[in-house]
Design a protein around this ligand. Structure first.
Ligand SMILES: Cc1cc2nc3c(=O)[nH]c(=O)nc-3n(C[C@H](O)[C@H](O)[C@H](O)COP(=O)(O)O)c2cc1C
Length: 353
């Protein structure tokens, strides 16, 4: 018995492969997941409108099934010059060790968010999802008129209510366990760090839209637990990072499978916004200055060349190795096989569903 929500999305399993910015969610990964009967998600937040259009064309060439495209909701950045300058000075030794010249002010801090949203409206993918903020009701209505199902991301009851008020079709609720950045946009980051087991039932009691649970879910039993607690589907990120279709450095994949339950930590040194990564030397060395980093997207732009050069040179200790707290449970296998494995495990954990 599939939930009405899963039927509405047009998928066979209550499983969503999370959007993961930075090249992880290749069109090949998204299409493999969607073709296997789950929902593949393409992360478009760091791409230009032209690159988004090109990527969607590729996804559409690879699958005729529903898929999701994800963007951030961002305010216009206004970084403070003094803060930028001292952050750049701190980063210069890391740049030097990678053979990069001393930092200069980035030409831009992020893509134009309004232009990205306008592009997505025109491209009208079957599902759109957003994080880091809430869209206004008029924009949500425009997406729905275009035939796109709208998913908002929340980390607290208040944020879920804000997305419900904006007219979202569903809300992805993200627990503190989650890999990468979390969507917190109303409250304090530390107080909004709620474990998924506590978060699902409290949000389920407060809103009347379908919930998608995210954070630390790695297998069918985890998906079953989320459904029992009140979610209609589960969104898995780290579990899909070790698939051959995921576009991340092989060393990062290896670190995921070799990490431990306490191998990750929240940090704002890479982007200026708290995100969960496997602990690296870069994180440790900048930890004393964590609170002094300019806010997202400024610090993200300042570390972009470092992360890129580190990836090219295979310097894992200077890369952002985003991963959730369940990372050690990741199973490297093709995405279609992972979807089928998760679905089979779910059927055993929740027979008769
Ligand atoms: C490498 C990585 C990149 C991510 N990028 C995004 C993103 O672009 N947009 C988004 O909504 N969530 C992003 N997330 C968070 C995921 O959507 C999801 O909430 C998270 O992966 C769930 O936790 P798990 O990794 O423990 O499964 C990212 C997560 C990871 C691991």
């Amino acid at each position: 018995m599939y939930s009405r929500f899963v039927k509405m999305l047009g998928i066979n399993h209550p499983i969503i492969q999370a959007p993961m910015a930075g090249g992880a969610t290749t069109p090949e990964l998204v299409a493999a997941v969607s073709n296997a009967g789950a929902l593949g998600s393409f992360a478009a937040a760091t791409l230009s409108p032209a690159a988004i259009a090109e990527s969607l064309q590729r996804v559409r060439a690879l699958t005729g099934r529903p898929f999701n495209v994800n963007l951030f909701v961002l305010e216009e950045p206004h970084p403070n010059d003094a803060e930028l300058a001292s952050a750049q000075v701190r980063l210069n030794p890391f740049r030097a060790s990678l053979g990069l010249p001393a930092a200069s002010r980035p030409a831009k801090f992020c893509e134009n968010n309004q232009a990205q949203i306008a592009t997505l409206l025109a491209l009208a993918p079957p599902v759109v999802s957003f994080t880091f903020g809430v869209l206004d009701a008029a924009t949500v209505a425009q997406f729905r008129q275009q035939g796109s199902c709208v998913i908002g991301t929340a980390t607290t009851v208040a944020e879920a209510k804000a997305w419900e008020a904006a007219g979202a079709d569903a809300i992805c609720i993200q627990g503190i366990e989650a890999g990468g950045h979390r969507g917190t946009f109303l409250g304090d980051f530390e107080q909004s760090g709620i474990g998924l087991m506590a978060l699902i039932p409290q949000v389920a009691r407060a809103v009347n839209v379908p919930l998608i649970a995210a954070g630390g879910i790695m297998n069918g039993k985890g998906i079953a637990a989320a459904l029992i607690l009140g979610a209609q589907a589960a969104q898995l990120g780290t579990a899909f990072l070790c698939c051959p279709e995921a576009g991340i450095h092989p060393g990062w994949k290896q670190r995921i499978t070799h990490t431990s339950d306490d191998g990750t930590r929240l940090t704002r040194v890479f982007s200026g916004r708290y995100a969960r990564s496997i602990v690296t030397d870069f994180m440790q060395q900048l930890r004393p200055f964590e609170q002094e980093m300019p806010a997202y997207p400024a610090q993200n732009a300042l570390t972009a060349e470092i992360r890129q050069a580190a990836t090219q040179q295979g310097q894992l200790e200077m890369m952002s190795l985003w991963a959730g707290q369940g990372a050690a449970l990741a199973r490297p296998m093709p995405a279609a096989l992972l979807v089928q494995t998760l679905a089979d495990e779910l059927a055993i954990a929740l027979p008769g569903r």
